[in-house]
Design a protein around this ligand. Structure first.
Ligand code: AHR
Length: 497
C-alpha cells in the first residue's frame, strides 16, 4: 500500500485559523459541575475552579470555548447565573432534564476563561427568548457602564466589560429535540432581527447563525438556504455540527469519517455561495464548526426519559486508540478547509464526550483523543498547504470507495518548518507514505504515531497513561523528500526542518 504526495510551499489554502482549536463547555452532565467547577475538590481554587482542568485545557492547546450550550441554552435565563450566589435560584434545565443550581454562570465562566487564556464564544437563547434578552445580555457583558445591565454587572463586582466578540444566535434550531424549534424562515427572521439589534449595541461583534444540526437532517441544505435568505447580510458565520460513530459493521466507513466531514463542509460552502450569488453579495460567509467530535449516540438513551438530577453522568464516552485516529483525521479535514472554516469547537471539553476526564476523588486525566488534538494545535502552524495525495482505495458499505491514506500539511513561513499529518485507514496492512518535498532540503525532527496496535485501548482513572503517542524512526530521508511507514489504523505527525 503506497501513497504519494507532493509538499510544495507555493500551494497554500489559507493561514491556520487560531480558533480552529476551540472547544465547548455546556451546562450538561458533569462538564461544568464536577468538571471545570468543583468546590471542595483538592484541585479547586477558592472560587471552585479546578486547577488540574485548567492545566490540561492549556496543554490541549484550546484557543476558544463556546458557552453555555448547546441544547441547554435554548431554555436558559442568563440572569439566574449572575449576582450573589446565595440569591441564585435552582432551575429546571429542560434540555437534559437536570436541576441547574446556577452557582456557575457568566462571570464564573469569564473568570475561568481568563485563567485558561481562551477566547470566549457566547451563545444566546433563541429558543424560549428573543431579541430583547439577547440585547440585555450583550449590554451586561460589553457595555462600559451607566445603563441598567452594565451597572448590574458592575454591582456584581465586574467593573470592566467582558468585551465578548463572538456570539452564536441560538443552537440547533432545526432540531425537533430543541426547546423552541423553528422553521428555517422563522429562525432566519429572528436571527436577523436579533443580529441587527445586537450590532446597534456593539458594532464590533461577530455573529454565528445556526446551520443544520447535522448533515443527516431531512432539511439539510434547504435549512441553510432559508436561514441565509433572511440573515445573509447581517451574520458572519453559519454553524455546522457533526458527531461520528461506527454504524453497524462498517469500520472502514467510520475510519473515513473525515471524508463525510469534507463533503458536509463542501455542501455548506456551496449553499452559502449560492445565496451570495442570488443576493449579488460580495461577502463570503465563513463557517463555524462549533460542535464536532465522536459520540456513541446510538448508546445514549435519549433526552426524554432522563430522571431529574443534578450533574448526572451523561454521555461520558470512553475513547479508544481507534477513536483517536479518527479524531486526528477530522482535524485534518478542518485544516484543509481553513479558507472557509474559521472556528471549530471540539464538543465538549470535560467529562461529556470529552478529551479531559475528572472524578471527585482524583486528578484530571487525558482521554486518547486528547493527543492528536494537542499535537495538531501545537504544531499546525503558519499556512495550510494544498496536498493532493494519490492513494489506493478501500471499500466502505456506507461510503463506497474511500482513500486508504489521507495527508494534510502546514508550513510556518517564519521557521520554514513543515508539519505533515497522515492517517492510514487500512486495518490489515501498513502503508508507505512517499512525499516529494519541493524547495530546500529537509530533515525529520519529530515523527509520532498513535495507533497501529491496541486499537481498543483506553485511558481511565486507574490507568491514565496507558495510551500515549509514541515516537517512531520508521522513515528515511531520500533526495528531495522522504518516505515513512504508516501502521494499520494509525495517525502520524511528522515535523521537518
Ligand atoms: O454536545 C451535546 C449536544 O449535542 C449539544 O447540546 C447539542 O447542541 C448537540 O445536539
Amino acid at each position: 500500500l503506497t501513497c504519494t504526495a507532493t509538499i510544495d510551499p507555493a500551494f497554500t489554502i489559507a493561514p491556520v485559523p487560531p480558533r480552529l482549536f476551540g472547544s465547548f463547555i455546556e451546562h450538561m452532565g458533569r462538564c461544568v459541575y464536577g468538571g471545570v467547577y468543583e468546590p471542595g475538590h483538592p484541585e479547586a481554587d477558592v472560587d471552585g475552579l479546578r486547577a488540574d482542568v485548567i492545566k490540561l485545557t492549556r496543554e490541549l492547546g484550546v484557543s476558544a470555548v463556546r458557552y453555555p450550550g448547546g441544547n441547554f441554552v435554548s431554555g436558559y435565563r442568563w440572569e439566574d447565573g449572575v449576582g450573589p450566589v446565595g440569591d441564585r435560584p435552582v432551575t429546571l434545565d429542560l434540555a437534559w432534564r437536570s436541576l441547574e443550581p446556577n452557582t456557575f454562570g457568566l462571570n464564573e465562566f469569564m473568570s475561568w476563561a481568563r485563567q485558561t487564556d481562551i477566547e470566549p464564544i457566547m451563545a444566546v437563547n433563541l429558543g424560549t427568548r428573543g431579541v430583547e434578552d439577547a440585547c440585555n445580555l450583550l449590554e451586561y457583558t460589553n457595555f462600559p457602564g451607566g445603563t441598567r445591565y452594565s451597572d448590574l454587572r458592575i454591582a456584581h463586582g465586574v467593573r470592566d466589560p467582558h468585551n465578548i466578540k463572538t456570539w452564536c444566535l441560538g443552537n440547533e434550531m432545526d432540531g425537533p429535540w430543541q426547546v423552541g424549534q423553528k422553521t428555517g424562515t422563522e429562525y432566519g427572521r429572528l436571527a436577523a432581527e436579533t443580529a441587527k439589534a445586537m450590532r446597534r449595541i456593539d458594532p464590533s461583534i461577530e455573529l454565528v447563525a445556526c446551520g443544520s444540526s447535522n448533515e443527516r437532517m431531512p432539511t439539510f441544505g434547504s435549512w441553510e438556504a432559508d436561514v441565509l435568505d433572511e440573515a445573509y447580510d447581517v451574520v458572519d458565520y453559519i454553524s455546522l455540527h457533526a458527531y461520528f460513530e461506527q454504524h453497524g459493521d462498517d469500520r472502514t466507513g467510520f475510519l473515513a469519517s473525515a471524508q463525510v466531514m469534507d463533503t458536509f463542509i463542501d455542501g455548506v460552502v456551496a449553499t452559502c455561495d449560492h445565496i451570495a450569488a442570488k443576493k449579488r453579495s460580495r461577502r463570503k460567509l465563513k463557517l463555524s464548526f462549533d460542535e464536532w467530535n465522536l459520540w456513541y449516540e446510538s448508546r445514549f438513551a435519549g433526552q426524554d426519559n432522563l430522571e431529574w438530577a443534578r450533574a448526572p453522568r451523561l454521555i461520558e464516552d470512553e475513547y479508544t486508540v481507534e477513536d483517536a485516529v479518527v479524531l486526528g483525521n477530522l482535524l485534518m479535514s478542518l485544516l484543509r478547509h481553513s479558507d472557509r472554516v474559521d472556528i471549530a469547537c471540539l464538543a465538549q471539553l470535560v467529562n461529556v464526550i470529552a478529551p479531559i476526564r475528572t472524578e471527585p476523588d482524583t486528578g484530571a486525566w487525558r482521554q486518547t483523543i486528547f493527543y492528536p488534538f494537542a499535537l495538531t494545535a501545537r504544531h499546525a502552524r503558519g499556512e495550510v498547504l494544498r496536498v493532493e495525495p494519490t492513494s489506493p482505495v478501500l471499500h466502505s458499505e456506507t461510503l463506497g470507495d474511500v482513500a486508504a491514506v489521507d495527508v494534510t500539511a502546514t508550513r510556518d513561513p517564519e521557521t520554514g518548518q513543515t508539519t505533515i499529518f497522515a492517517v492510514n485507514r487500512d486495518d490489515s496492512q501498513a502503508a508507505t507514505l512517499r512525499l516529494a518535498m519541493a524547495g530546500e532540503e529537509h530533515d525529520i525532527v519529530e515523527h509520532v504515531v498513535l495507533g497501529g496496535q491496541d486499537l481498543l485501548a483506553t485511558n481511565s482513572k486507574d490507568a491514565p497513561r496507558r495510551v500515549e503517542p509514541r515516537s517512531s524512526t520508521r522513515h528515511f530521508v531520500e533526495g528531495g523528500g522522504f518516505s515513512a511507514e504508516l501502521p494499520p489504523v494509525s495517525w502520524t505527525m511528522i515535523r521537518t526542518a
